[in-house]
Design a protein around this ligand. Structure first.
Ligand SMILES: NC(=O)c1ccc[n+]([C@@H]2O[C@H](COP(=O)([O-])OP(=O)(O)OC[C@H]3O[C@@H](n4cnc5c(N)ncnc54)[C@H](O)[C@@H]3O)[C@@H](O)[C@H]2O)c1
Length: 324
């Protein structure tokens, strides 16, 4: 089968590529990325690929991995490149709560308009399945662990943009019979994340650069941390089983407070003789949920997936990658 990954040069995309190139049933992988948040740096360490620096130069070819420097806002190109594609994994986004609060229109444009281009292209070109990377941010202030079908009430433009597309995925499945799978990720961490500013990444980078760790709030707020390789197994499973309209939480179902996360990260670094930097507690960030974890009951039963990597082990692997 042929799989197209938008945003495939980014953090999750690079982890996914590493998994998919090992699968015999995947004959070709096409990556669409405008490199606004990433570069060719990670992929160079993963596999060989054919690179098109201009989307207009792209021609179908036999190379197992094609990378096209293109923007998802280019609808004509979306129509062209999705011909003869079996599955689309849509990862490209303006991700992050902060940036969506600072630039809500940009967040809307890329996350909603850009995604619609590929959803519509998938419909027109009879793509077999569309896998959409959504987020626990669609829930806002609900009580964890959030189950798949509770009320969605986002409290950030980022969460709202994801919710809009969730709704379009559902409609496209219902009206046009396009198979869509909505995967709501919790907080993902792992290798190929150097360009990110998520909490695990920022803490690791700050410790390495001997900078203080800034905590928004009292550090008692919780998140559900999922290791990227585990998450990518779920994406692969959902490609294999993309039928009808599905929603799954890709998470661990476990809450960890920021203070506990810091202790875990530091215990790994201290064994490597790093010093604990100072902790600076700041005010809460607007749009931040206080408690967050996503239930895994449904995905375990219906996708036969569960996470395998404990937080301690995942953090150890991630830190080892950074140190390398
Ligand atoms: N990382 C997480 O914890 C997390 C949690 C929930 C959901 N998600 C979602 O998963 C997806 C992937 O996240 P990630 O962490 O890998 O982010 P990332 O920023 O590392 O990857 C996104 C990629 O999309 C590309 N991109 C951005 N705008 C583009 C555009 N207009 N056209 C083409 N390419 C564009 C970027 O260059 C980047 O390579 C996103 O949709 C994100 O919202 C991530």
């Amino acid at each position: 089968m042929k799989v197209l990954i938008t945003g495939g040069l980014g953090f999750i995309g690079s982890n996914l590529l590493e998994l998919l190139i090992s699968k015999k049933n995947i004959k070709q992988i096409i990556i669409i990325d405008n490199q606004s948040k990433s570069s060719l740096q990670y992929i160079k360490s993963i596999c060989n690929y054919k690179y098109f620096s201009k989307s207009k130069d792209y021609i179908i070819n036999r190379s197992k991995v094609n990378v096209i420097n293109a923007d998802i806002l280019n609808y004509q190109f979306a129509l062209k490149v999705t011909k003869k594609i079996d599955y689309i994994v849509h990862l490209a986004a303006e991700s992050g709560i902060d940036s969506s609060i600072n630039f809500p229109k940009k967040s809307f444009n890329i996350n909603v308009n850009g995604t619609m281009n590929y959803l519509e292209a998938a419909r027109i070109n009879n793509v077999k399945g569309f896998i959409f990377s959504s987020s626990g941010a669609v829930f806002g202030k609900s009580n964890p662990p959030m189950r798949e079908f509770i009320n969605r009430a986002p409290i950030s433009p980022y969460g709202s943009s994801k919710l809009s597309i969730e709704s379009f995925c559902e409609t496209y499945s219902n009206i046009f019979n396009l198979n869509t799978t909505i995967l709501r990720f919790s907080n993902v961490y792992g290798k190929y994340s150097r360009h990110k500013s998520s909490v695990v990444t920022t803490f690791i980078k700050n410790i390495l650069h001997k900078k203080s760790l800034k905590i928004n709030g009292d550090g008692k707020h919780t998140r559900d941390y999922i290791y990227a390789s585990d998450l990518c197994r779920a994406i692969y499973q959902s490609i294999l089983k993309c039928k009808g309209c599905n929603i799954f939480h890709v998470s661990t179902g476990k809450e960890t407070s920021i203070n506990k996360l810091i202790n875990k990260i530091f215990s790994i670094f201290s064994k490597k003789k790093y010093k604990m930097p100072s902790l600076v507690y700041k005010s809460n960030r607007p749009g931040d949920m206080r408690f967050n974890s996503l239930s895994t009951t449904y995905i375990k039963k219906n996708l036969k997936w569960e996470n395998k990597t404990s937080l301690d082990k995942g953090l150890y692997k991630t830190i080892s990658w950074y140190l390398k």
